[in-house]
Ligand binder design. Structure first.
Ligand code: PLP
Ligand code: SF4
Length: 335
């Protein structure tokens, strides 16, 4: 009798993107959350749509409405509360949301909004008010970017960001990379993306090979906030990217009831290192309207940092920073 074929391949990243949860009731039922709790909070989706790829949902605990991964993506009635100091555009990035692809805040690096959308909608993100959905770096804009890069020889690094730059397909990224490579004074290209965490299969072998062939130094900064986000498929794909010479870093956001204790942050750093990733930044929350329930005070954050320094080698301690509009770099928080 012929053997049953074994299904070893996972669906493509594009299929996984298209099949993300967008209905809180569906996600809530999959996680077996109390029906009353789902009904109570689901209306907050009107403020910012729910979007959760299935891989990310599979990393959550069943039956726990307070799961730290769920909390990052689940609408809560708290979002309706107005809190002084929490505003729609804390970083002054309205300009970028209006379709401007270039953000040039720091002298040596230029940030490109490659794609406006994301694979996951994080409730704490400033993007909740500017989903710049359809924005795409088209041919005409690429020409602008080229001229901009050529004209400023102080620039040596280009950051591909968004939204999420890995929402663009490999062909589009290829065009962007070729353009950057044609500017002699650019040395590095850096990709900032949360997609690898929520759909690890986005780390395609083809893209890794393309980056390896580049004359540029290449860096991937992933965005994980909790050790449980460092899943087995993510580890496997990161290992392949690393074999292709791509430097791996992580940035996190400090989030109340997600990762706001020294133990959880220690576990995150350890999990990252075991996946070949070094912690880079730990961001204080951008004070965006609807996200005040995620805020941790600077004083508390400083205490966590003290504890992290005692528990971890220096290279596993992220830099605690805040972004302040108008400053020439991220601002370190010192207590
Ligand atoms: C955060 C950010 C960067 C990168 O800053 P690094 O300190 O180099 O990581 C660059 N441009 C903009 C607009 C940024 O917001
Ligand atoms: S920009 Fe990053 S933090 Fe914000 S919604 Fe997209 S993936 Fe989440």
């Amino acid at each position: 009798m012929p053997e049953q074929p074994v299904l070893t391949c996972r669906p493509s990243w594009k299929y996984q993107l298209a099949s993300a949860y967008t209905d809180p009731v569906e996600l809530g039922q999959y996680l077996q959350l109390p029906a009353t709790w789902i009904a109570q909070h689901a209306p907050a989706r009107a403020l910012f749509p729910l979007r959760v790829p299935r891989h990310f949902a599979e990393l959550m605990a069943i039956g726990n409405p307070h799961d730290p991964l769920l909390r990052q993506v689940w609408p809560l009635t708290d979002e309706f509360r107005q809190t002084p100091g929490f505003i729609e555009d804390p970083l002054g990035e309205k300009e970028a949301s209006a379709g401007n692809a270039i953000l040039h805040k720091y002298s040596s690096r230029l940030l490109l909004i490659v794609r406006g959308g994301c694979a996951v909608n994080c409730r704490y993100c400033f993007r909740r008010h500017f989903p710049y959905q359809e924005h795409k770096l088209g041919r005409a804009e690429l020409e602008n970017v080229h001229q901009y890069l050529m004209a400023d020889t102080e620039l040596n690094e280009v950051i591909l960001s968004g939204g999420d730059p890995l929402m663009a397909d490999d062909t589009h990224l290829e065009a962007i990379l070729s353009l950057i490579e044609s500017v002699p004074h650019i040395r590095r290209v850096r990709i900032h993306s949360r997609l690898p965490v929520v759909i690890p299969d986005r780390l395609t072998l083809d893209l890794a090979k393309r980056l390896e062939q580049s004359r540029l130094d290449t860096i991937l900064v992933i965005h994980a906030n909790h050790a449980r986000e460092i899943s087995q498929p993510l580890k496997e794909n990161l290992a392949i990217w690393r074999q292709h010479g791509i430097h791996l870093l992580n940035q996190s956001v400090l989030l109340r009831e997600v990762n706001d204790d020294a133990e959880t942050l220690t576990e995150l750093s350890e999990a990252l290192f075991s996946a070949g990733v070094l912690p880079y930044y730990l961001h204080q929350l951008d004070k965006v309207a609807g996200a005040a329930h995620f805020a941790v005070t600077d004083e508390q954050a400083g205490l966590f940092m003290q504890e992290l320094r005692a528990r971890l080698p220096g290279f596993l301690v992220p830099k605690l920073v805040r972004e302040i509009a108008g400053e020439p770099s991220k601002t370190p928080i010192q207590i």
